[in-house]
Design a binder for this molecule. Structure first.
Ligand SMILES: [Zn+2]
Length: 316
């Protein structure tokens, strides 16, 4: 029988040096059951929260979260709490961006609203019941079913502890984001250092992408003193601005870009044809930088993202 609970309640159910697994009922309408794992290390240390499945079809991140939940508690100092599929309704129907109950993108709803519809309520439950009680927070994502993506990591701009945590993760592209409504920005507002790490896409979960997120999370745990050893420093590429180009039309999208391509302002990146075959939008780069993700499938709707460009400093 699932019970509504929060991070302290779940952790209290795990004995020191042991793992506790449970299905939690969310205070949403309808309620859903969210799988949860608490690993209590044999030694004291911080409490790290890891979530995945905020977007239900980002499978490399969901698989990575389950791998982390399978860590040996005897190796851990402190407490690791893992919620590998936060958005069960989205997972069940393989929803892109949204969920089948209210259609909203959960990662635009943070810190949430307990009186709102499904997604704002779920965001509030996560923020108030889980993120608030953690010493650090990793939200694992990837390209959605329709997106090709090269790994990157986001943190709230101006949050120095989150920036250091993002660099410890070891993914080269580190983005200081100023946009609101995300899991990591809600965490920043609570004083909890947080990163959103992305790897994988297009409905696949190759071992390379899963391990990018598992290894990055383990590096973050070493940085926090939860696993033995210090993370070896890796070169990172600070991204000054993340620009997402969007569609102005419903129709067919023909991308003409590749991952990690260097693009210049004004460069054509693809075109959209309407349902009668007319070219209605030639998409050009509005900023010079590196292509970090793009929609790789044909169907496109008005307002959809098309290409994400990380504006990086041009090498001399
Ligand atoms: Zn996502």
């Amino acid at each position: 029988m699932p019970t509504a609970t929060d991070l302290p309640t779940l952790v209290a159910s795990a004995a020191p040096g042991a793992r506790h697994a449970a299905l939690l009922a969310t205070p949403t309408d309808p309620a859903t059951e969210v799988p949860a794992f608490a690993l209590r290390g044999a030694r004291p240390g911080p409490t790290l929260l890891v979530t995945a499945g905020v977007h239900g079809a980002e499978y490399a991140s969901i698989e990575a979260a389950y791998r982390l939940a399978a860590l040996d508690p005897a190796l851990v100092a402190g407490t690791l709490v893992v919620l590998p599929i936060v958005n069960r309704p989205a997972y069940r129907v393989r929803a892109i961006y949204g969920n089948p109950i209210d259609g909203k993108n959960l990662n635009r709803q943070f810190p949430g609203d307990p009186a709102g519809s499904f997604a704002p309520r779920l965001a509030h439950w996560l923020t108030d019941g889980w993120v608030r009680h953690a010493d650090a927070y990793l939200d694992l994502h990837g390209g959605d079913l329709n997106e090709a993506l090269t790994p990157f990591v986001l943190h709230a701009r101006g949050d120095e502890r989150a920036r250091v945590l993002a660099e410890a993760f070891g993914i080269p592209y580190v983005i200081a984001s100023a946009s609101a409504g995300h899991s990591y920005t809600a965490a920043a507002a609570l004083g909890v250092p947080a990163v959103l790490a992305e790897a994988g896409g297009q409905g696949l979960f190759p071992e390379r992408d899963v391990l990018t997120l598992v290894d990055g999370s383990r590096r973050a745990m070493r940085h926090l003193g939860m696993l033995e050893g210090a993370p070896t420093p890796r070169a990172t590429v600070p991204v000054e601005r993340f620009v997402v180009l969007t569609s102005e039309h419903e129709g067919r999208w023909y991308p003409r870009v590749g991952l990690e391509a260097r693009v210049e302002v004004g460069q054509p990146l693809g075109e959209i044809r309407d349902l009668l075959g007319n070219v209605v939008q030639v998409v050009t780069a509005t900023v010079s930088g590196t292509v970090l993700y793009y929609v790789a499938t044909l169907a496109i709707d008005r307002g959809d993202p098309l290409v994400g460009i990380g504006a990086t400093a041009t090498p001399d």
